[in-house]
Structure formats: structure tokens, C-alpha cells
Design a protein around this ligand. Structure first.
Ligand code: CAA
Length: 390
């Protein structure tokens, strides 16, 4: 039985800051951000968007009534969840109007959460071929104003529908994964900003890639020439390129060119949104499929997932007949076109806005936010969500 990605969608908040302007404000050469790091725009989440609303908005546009009847498992990957106890998935389940006969959980391992969700979903579909699993990956990346990590922030979510006989990508069985306890990036429960050892994180990302790629080759007997494209977790778009470069010589010249050209297409959406942590790899896959019009059914795509701390995995999928029909390319173009630029000063003000943590009430102006699903406030420590379409 084929199991894999039947549908996929992403959502990003409607605000962004231009990286050239951020560079000027930080007294940095703009080329450092746009070339050295490889980011053009950074999505900014207003206070009316959190990891719950971003994920719910991503799934809302993707699911039809038939999907909703079949979904019986919601897996929410996030490292910027809103509650240490209650799963963010339960809020999304309600906002989307999914059926009560559903298992719902949140999973966490830095940017690896959504990948863990996909692998769990695969097992669930194996046992229940008629069900569908909604896997969400949603995060708001925050390192702090004026920090080295600032240029690699971002916000957004992906929603993936995992099923039998998938419409987009059938996942293959071979997969290589690796865990090692490393303090490259972490966020203690008392901090709303990530702590990071930037250089170590870059090194470990590449070391884990080399490790799982070697193990994958050993397990599968496949080599680089068997791949049409490889998508990477993209904390910033230069990062995947650095990892790809370390193995590129294993391929023929023709394949090297193809992998590099496809890598470029796979980074375009991320380049304009920033790091969305656990959804980032899948945003890159969406970017590749929607922008690279030469891809044909039967092509093998490699996927490298890395979650600091750290867990890495390399796995693969085969593009399915008619996969283009499942994509929402025009819808995504409209989303990009409708975004609004904010100045660096406006971004800083948005960054500093926080919800009360003393139980007091705050009502938020959701008219300013064009998203269908918004956070409308907080009362007695309970977040209030609104689906404007209901
Ligand atoms: N023109 C062109 N390029 C320039 C330039 C200029 N004027 N000035 C600098 N550059 C280049 C540098 O040469 C460098 O390129 P290489 O990496 O290829 O050598 C690049 O721009 C970045 O410069 P620095 O290394 O000096 O940048 P930095 O130390 O200020 O910060 C960072 C970079 C470490 C990535 C930092 O942004 C950071 O800590 N980010 C968060 C951590 C992160 O994203 N880590 C990635 C792996 S971990 C992971 O993947 C999980 C996750 O999602 C967090």
C-alpha cells in the first residue's frame, strides 16, 4: 500500500520586513543577509497570530468536508506551542470542526516535530488504511532584536494530509535517523526567545546530514544520481546549500546541475518567509513542486529533516501521477502578493507586544488581521480564538 502526502498547504502571517532594510537598521551590509544568509523577507506574526492560528489557517484552506470525515488523528508539531499541557492540536481540531472521534497530540523535538508526525501518521495509516491524518507544523521563530539570530527569524505553518494512495508524494520505506544530545539550540521553559550557539548549530546540521545520508545510502543502495531533488530543513536558505555541497561531488555533472537548480527553486518560499522551524522542510517541498514545472511523476525527492538538540532524518518519496492537481500554486501567489511590508520600527514594536501572564483580560483588534482564524484575546489565562468564517 502506498502511503504519503495527499495534500499540503502553508500559511504565513500577512506582515513582513525587508531584509535589506533590517540590515541597514542593524548597521550590517545588506549582502550579508540576502547573499551570506540568503533571506529577502521575514514574515512577522502580529499578536493576533500564534502557532495555533497559523496552523489552523494552513489547514482551513486545504481540507474539504470528505477529508474532515476521514481524519481521525491530528499531530501538531511545534516548538513554540502556547501551553505546556494542552495540545495546540485540540484548539485546531475545534477551529476546523473536526469530528470528536479523533486522537489529537502535540509532538516536540525542535524543527523535527512535523517529520516525527509524518512517520507516526504512516504507522497509523498502515493499521487504518481508510483514515487520514492531519499533520501540522507551526512555529514563530524568535531570537531577539539585535541578535545574530535575528536575521533568521520567521513565522508560518504547514498542513499535510497523510493518507493511503496519496495524491502528491508516496513515502518510501527506507529512512535513516540519528539522535545525539547537543546544546546547539534550545529554549528553556521560562524564555520566549531561543538560545543558540550559531556556529555549533551550523556544524551539527551538516554533520547530521552527512551521517544520515551515509546511513541512508547503506540501507537503500541508492545514490545521489537516483534523486531529482533534495529538500532541506531551511533555517535560512544558505544552510541547505552548505550541506548539499558536502556530497555533491558524488553525482555526475548533469545531476549536480539538476540538484542545484532544484535546490534553488526549493528555497524561494523560505527566502521570503524566513525560518518557520518545524514546517520549514515542507515549505521547501511546496516551493519546489510549485515552482519547478519540469518535475514529472515518478521522480524521487529526498527530504532532510533536522531538529536541534538534536535529531536528524533523511527519507524519500516518489511524485505521484496528477500531483500538480493537488497543489495550490495560485492561492499561494495571492498570499504572497497580499502581504504588507512593515518598517523596522513597526516590526520592533510588534516583536515587543506580549499577552498578559497575570490572568488579566486583553482584547485584541482582529479587524487589522486579514486571517480567517485569529487570536482575539485572553481571559483568565485562556486564549480566545475566532474563526471569522463561522
Ligand atoms: N556579503 C556576502 N556574504 C556575507 C557578507 C557580505 N557582506 N558578510 C557576511 N557574509 C556571509 C559570511 O561569510 C557567512 O557565510 P558562510 O556561512 O558561508 O561562511 C554568512 O554571511 C553569515 O555570516 P556570519 O557567519 O558572520 O553570521 P553570524 O555569525 O552573524 O550569524 C548564524 C549567522 C549563526 C546563522 C545566525 O544567524 C544564527 O545563529 N541563526 C540561528 C541558528 C541557525 O539558524 N542555525 C542553523 C542550523 S540549526 C537548525 O537548522 C535548527 C533551526 O531551525 C534553528
Amino acid at each position: 500500500m502506498k502511503i504519503g502526502i495527499d495534500k499540503m498547504n502553508f500559511y504565513a502571517p500577512h506582515l513582513f520586513v525587508d531584509m535589506n532594510k533590517l540590515a541597514v537598521a542593524r548597521n550590517v551590509d545588506p549582502d550579508k543577509f540576502t547573499i551570506g544568509i540568503g533571506q529577502d523577507k521575514m514574515a512577522i506574526a502580529p499578536i493576533t497570530q500564534d502557532s495555533v492560528t497559523l496552523a489552523a489557517n494552513a489547514a482551513l484552506d486545504m481540507l474539504n468536508e470528505e477529508d474532515k470525515k476521514q481524519i481521525d488523528f491530528v499531530i501538531f508539531g511545534t516548538e513554540t506551542g502556547v501551553d505546556s499541557s494542552k495540545s495546540a492540536g485540540v484548539y485546531v481540531h475545534e477551529l476546523l470542526g473536526l469530528k470528536p472521534q479523533t486522537r489529537t497530540v502535540e509532538v516536540k523535538q525542535a524543527c523535527f516535530g512535523a517529520t516525527a508526525g509524518i512517520q507516526m501518521a504512516k504507522g497509523h495509516i498502515t493499521l487504518n488504511p481508510d483514515s487520514k491524518v492531519l499533520v501540522l507544523g507551526s512555529d514563530i521563530a524568535r531570537y531577539g532584536l539585535n541578535t545574530p539570530g535575528e536575521a533568521t527569524q520567521g513565522a508560518g505553518a504547514v498542513a499535510l494530509l497523510i493518507s493511503a494512495d496519496p495524491g502528491i508524494l508516496a513515502l518510501e520505506d527506507n529512512s535513516a535517523y540519528f539522535t545525539s544530545d547537543i546544546m546547539d539550540f534550545w529554549r528553556p521553559v521560562y524564555s520566549d526567545k531561543a538560545f543558540v550557539d550559531g556556529k555549533l548549530s551550523n556544524e551539527q546540521y551538516i554533520a547530521f546530514f552527512k551521517n544520515v545520508w551515509k546511513a541512508y545510502k547503506g540501507k537503500s543502495g541508492l545514490e545521489l544520481n537516483d534523486f531529482e531533488a533534495i529538500c532541506f530543513h531551511l533555517p535560512y536558505t544558505k544552510m541547505g546549500y552548505k550541506a548539499l555541497k558536502t556530497v555533491l561531488e558524488e553525482a555526475s555533472e548533469e545531476v549536480q546541475e539538476r540538484l542545484l537548480a532544484n535546490y534553488k527553486e526549493s528555497t524561494q518560499y523560505n527566502r521570503n518567509i524566513g525560518n518557520i522551524y518545524t514546517g520549514s522542510l515542507y515549505l521547501s517541498l511546496i516551493s519546489l513542486l510549485e515552482r519547478q514545472t519540469d518535475l514529472e511523476p515518478g521522480a524521487r525527492i529526498g527530504l532532510y529533516s533536522y531538529g536541534s538538540g538534536a535529531v536528524g532524518e533523511f527519507f524519500t518519496g516518489i511524485l505521484q501521477d496528477g500531483f500538480r492537481k493537488q497543489l495550490a500554486t495560485e492561492h499561494h501567489q495571492k498570499l504572497f502578493d497580499a502581504r504588507k511590508e512593515v518598517s523596522v520600527a513597526e516590526y520592533e514594536a510588534i516583536f515587543e507586544k506580549t499577552l498578559p501572564s497575570d490572568g488579566s483580560k486583553m482584547e485584541l483588534d482582529i479587524e487589522e488581521d486579514p486571517s480567517t482564524i485569529c487570536l482575539s484575546g485572553i481571559t483568565e489565562d485562556k486564549r480566545q480564538y475566532v474563526n471569522k468564517a463561522k
